[in-house]
Design a protein around this ligand. Structure first.
Ligand SMILES: Cc1cc2nc3c(=O)[nH]c(=O)nc-3n(C[C@H](O)[C@H](O)[C@H](O)COP(=O)(O)OP(=O)(O)OC[C@H]3O[C@@H](n4cnc5c(N)ncnc54)[C@H](O)[C@@H]3O)c2cc1C
Length: 839
């Protein structure tokens, strides 16, 4: 009994000291009190002068040693210095490009999650969606008009290119210069506005959004705006803003895809003739592919590795990755033929050049920015990745929900709208979740970028999570529509999304790489409260300064690790009842508590992973991928709570938030459990099992009942459905395939009671429903339905027949201008056989 009491006291004191991040002397005092209590017999029910035996003496010695670690000199000699030397010895060399990727961007709410004790006020401080009147007018005006102009069948099938009127419209209204400042002739819109505008266009056509998205993301416009010389800004930015120049950005080559920094494209600093004058310039050879807008581009942004063998610019020979602007009509520039990415109509193709001379002034930012290319790209990507693809993936998910809820309510089988069947309810519920969560996280993240953040870790997780959720949403929409989705044609509103989903998955960092390498393996270093400081300290060439910085970071890290061990265990054995909840949670307390607890567990497992795997993180991608998922789920559910609050806590949305939170926490746990169960170190694995899962699993997916409830909300025309699909393009024109859905849905809902009466009469055999019979008139004659109900049913049936119709074609309508084309096997864009050893 006494031993049991001692154990309880030790655990209680340790939990308290650990969670309060006590210093060594405080630990010594706390544990000393327990030791004294034991030696005075308190745990045996008595009280006497301390009886200190041999082990008691050793205990006091250990406590004294522990307390002495609060003395800087002792601590440094005994612990910090040996650790400093050891870490310095084993730390793998961080390459220049890795270092630049690490340095790019800012740390934001991701660091709160990594801290294990997220400060919810920081998330709440991110402004809700705010647009200026000008931005709102642009969204409701030219963006709406553009969406109305789009005929996706003409674009995707008949022309297989972007129609001239679309190009003219986007150029004339400044769509291509949304990120260019007003000062330079652009629209100067906020990231939030750009995100909503791109999303609205994407909800109508993934092809058209691409030609608007590319000039507004990583590429010449952004690079010149941020790093260009004054001359480049004054010359190019107004021209780009007005669409007088069409830009593309060429980074990827046949041998350098995900590993873009290993590009073989090369430039040598040299002297040459330009416009009749001898100038310092660069002689370039490159071979790029997959370049969006490339075939239409007038201005090529080109990334290459620069060398200066004659040391014309200075002492350095290998200058590094550099970015230059090259007019596409410059002698030697070859713009090849077109690729056909997923059958898309947006321009995409290769470009190349051999020994092309350009003046040094064409480097973005001029001579002083040579070698700075990778840093520039990483900095822009840190913000850009948060906007372009998350916007279109979010709008895509909302559009999938909008059309599937309408179609599911209109399409009847077995005498019921298919949306009312439990089997179909499941994918519909997933669509509600995808639309709600994607929008929540999109809005929060775009607001972060609008206020100047460049969230590298959050933007990476947003990119892969939103595009993966869209992929699932498109598949769900397909399943709900059945054959109606599969037969392509002008009335098919799902095929374009289905075809183009893989593009979003692949570009701006293919998802597998982004999930398994970028989000956690690099994110941990960036967002962890101490890790990056420790790494910087050991890499400091000034050892004395490095040791001092390491002392701070290392001690902070130790107390952080102990606080995670104790904090996670405490919250897990108390089921999160005492976990942090922000003020005014108003009914969301249980979710906030579980998120705080989840964050503690994440911080603990993440820290263990980093500590035990160290440099091996890059290859243990199954673990880092799962940790990226765990981090993502906490972020996404947090954003869902923020959205609910920003929307003014609409009661009707509460079940949707509960559904998203339950599933998000469940997936979080799956990811964390998978990490712990596959932990390579058996001791750490066992310890983590005890600390994180003392009673087994905690979270279960949302119930079937809750799923049914949110689907009933989403398939009912009205406020909740509109809020779930806000800011996408919605047509009410019955001559438009999606407009027809809206019109029909309203009619079908109005005719529902009459439909039930008709179904009953058919089942009873009073009325027969076969071709050649007017069953509605028969039901009216039999008195089953009134005349006005018959009229309503007739209208609903006529509209429904149009909704469920699929396109058909004469054979020659599908084979315009067929010409046999040889497959490009082993030939590059120039028609030259690729050799493994290109020089
Ligand atoms: C339609 C389209 C438009 C594009 N537009 C442009 C453009 O405008 N400009 C431009 O420069 N580029 C563009 N790209 C190129 C795009 O960025 C690349 O396709 C992308 O970087 C992936 O390269 P890859 O296709 O060669 O795949 P690979 O690099 O061959 O990758 C194959 C797979 O391996 C995975 N993988 C690779 N390395 C790792 C790793 N270390 N860890 C884990 N997984 C890994 C990837 O995630 C991927 O799933 C475009 C591509 C497409 C398809």
């Amino acid at each position: 009994m006494a031993l049991f009491l001692l154990l309880i006291a030790l655990v209680a004191v340790s939990l308290a000291l650990g969670m309060w991040r006590a210093s060594p002397w405080q630990w010594a005092v706390g544990l000393g009190v327990v030791t004294l209590a034991w030696q005075c017999g308190f745990f045996h029910g008595g009280a006497h002068w301390p009886q200190i035996g041999f082990f008691g003496f050793l205990t006091w010695l250990a406590l004294a040693a522990l307390g002495s670690l609060s003395i800087q000199e002792v601590r440094r000699r005994a612990v910090v210095q040996p650790a400093f030397k050891m870490v310095r010895g084993i730390l793998p060399k961080v390459s220049d490009t890795e270092q630049q990727a690490l340095d790019a961007g800012t740390v934001g709410f991701d660091a709160e999650i990594f801290s294990g004790t997220p400060d919810w006020t920081k998330l709440r401080a991110v402004p809700p969606i705010v647009l200026t009147p000008e931005e709102r007018a642009f969204l409701d005006g030219p963006t709406e008009q553009l969406c109305q102009m789009i005929d996706h069948w003409q674009i995707r099938h008949s022309e297989r290119r972007m129609p001239k009127e679309i190009w003219d419209f986007v150029k004339a209204h400044g769509f291509l210069g949304m990120l260019i400042s007003k000062e330079h002739g652009g629209l100067g819109f906020s990231a939030q506005a750009q995100s909503l505008i791109l999303g609205k266009i994407a909800s109508r056509s993934p092809d058209v959004v691409t030609i608007v998205m590319v000039p507004n993301s990583l590429g010449p416009g952004e690079l010149i705006e941020k790093y260009g010389t004054d001359e480049q800004k004054h010359h190019y930015l107004p021209r780009l803003a007005q669409g007088l120049e069409v830009p593309c950005f060429s980074l990827t080559g046949p041998t350098s895809g995900s590993d873009a920094a290993t590009m073989r494209d090369i430039g040598y600093v040299t002297r040459g003739e330009h416009e009749g004058r001898e100038v310092v310039g660069i002689r370039l050879s490159w071979d790029k592919r997959y370049i969006t807008l490339g075939p239409e581009a007038t201005l090529v942004g080109l990334a290459f590795r620069l060398f200066d063998p004659e040391k014309i610019l200075g002492a350095k020979e290998d200058i590094g990755i550099t970015v230059a602007l090259i007019p596409s009509d410059h002698p030697g520039v070859n713009i090849g033929r077109r690729h056909l990415p997923s059958g898309a109509a947006f321009p995409n193709g290769p470009n190349w050049g051999t020994d092309v001379f350009i003046p040094i002034d064409w480097v973005i930012g001029g001579e002083k920015m040579v070698g700075q290319g990778w840093r520039m790209l990483m900095e822009c990507l840190a913000a850009g990745r948060a906007i372009s693809l998350p916007s279109s993936a979010t709008a895509g998910a909302k559009a999938m929900l909008r059309v599937s809820t309408a179609y599911g309510r209109i399409r009847r089988q077995f005498g019921l709208p298919v949306a009312r069947m439990e089997g179909v309810e499941e994918p519909l519920a997933r669509l509600v979740e995808a639309a709600y969560v994607n929008e929540a996280a999109r809005a929060v993240t775009a607001s972060m970028v609008s206020r100047g953040e460049r969230p590298s870790v959050i933007s990476a997780l947003m990119k892969y999570q939103t595009t993966e959720r869209l992929r699932r949403a498109v598949n769900d929409a397909f399943d709900i529509h059945g054959g109606r989705a599969i037969c392509d044609g002008p009335s098919n509103y799902l095929q374009a999304a289905y075809q183009l989903v893989p593009v979003g998955i692949t570009v701006e960092g293919a998802n597998i790489l982004t999930r398994t390498l970028i989000t956690f393996a690099q994110g941990a270093l960036r967002s962890h409260p101490y890790l990056y400081k420790e790494v910087q300290a050991v890499q400091d060439p000034d050892s004395k300064r490095g040791l001092e910085a390491f002392d701070d970071a290392f001690c902070g890290h130790i107390s952080f690790a102990i606080s995670n061990v104790t904090g996670a265990f405490f919250h897990n054995i108390t089921l999160g009842l005492f976990a942090e909840v922000p003020e005014r949670a108003q009914g969301l307390e249980p979710i906030y508590r579980q998120l705080s607890r989840a964050s503690r567990n994440f911080a603990l497992v993440a820290d263990f992973t980093v500590a035990t795997l160290g440099g091996g993180l890059k290859v243990k991608q199954k673990l880092t991928g799962r940790l990226a998922d765990a981090l993502s789920e906490i972020y996404l559910v947090s954003c869902a709570l923020k959205r609910f609050e920003d929307d003014g806590r609409p009661e009707a949305d509460r079940p949707i938030v509960a559904f998203c939170a339950a599933n998000g926490l469940h997936r979080f746990e799956e990811a964390l459990r998978g990490t712990v169960e596959n932990f390579p170190n058996p001791v750490a694995r066992t310890l983590l099992r005890v600390l994180v899962f003392p009673f087994g699993r905690h979270y279960y997916p949302a119930s079937d009942e809750l799923g049914g409830k949110i689907v009933r909300l989403a398939i009912t025309p009205g406020e909740v459905r509109d809020r779930l699909t806000r800011d996408i393009y919605i047509s009410n024109d019955p001559e438009d395939a999606t407009g027809l859905l809206e019109v029909t849905l309203a009619k079908v809902v109005a005719a529902e009671e009459a439909e039930k009466k008709l179904e009953r009469a058919i089942r009873a055999g009073t009325v027969r429903r076969y071709h050649g019979i007017d069953w509605i008139a028969a039901a009216a004659d039999a008195g089953t339905i009134t005349e006005s109900e018959a009229l309503l049913l007739k209208e609903a049936e006529a509209l429904t027949a149009r909704v469920i119709a699929v396109d058909h074609f004469a054979p020659d309508e599908l084979t315009p201008n067929y010409r046999k084309v040889a497959p490009n096997l082993g030939h590059n864009s120039r028609g030259v056989v690729e050799s493994a050893n290109q020089s």
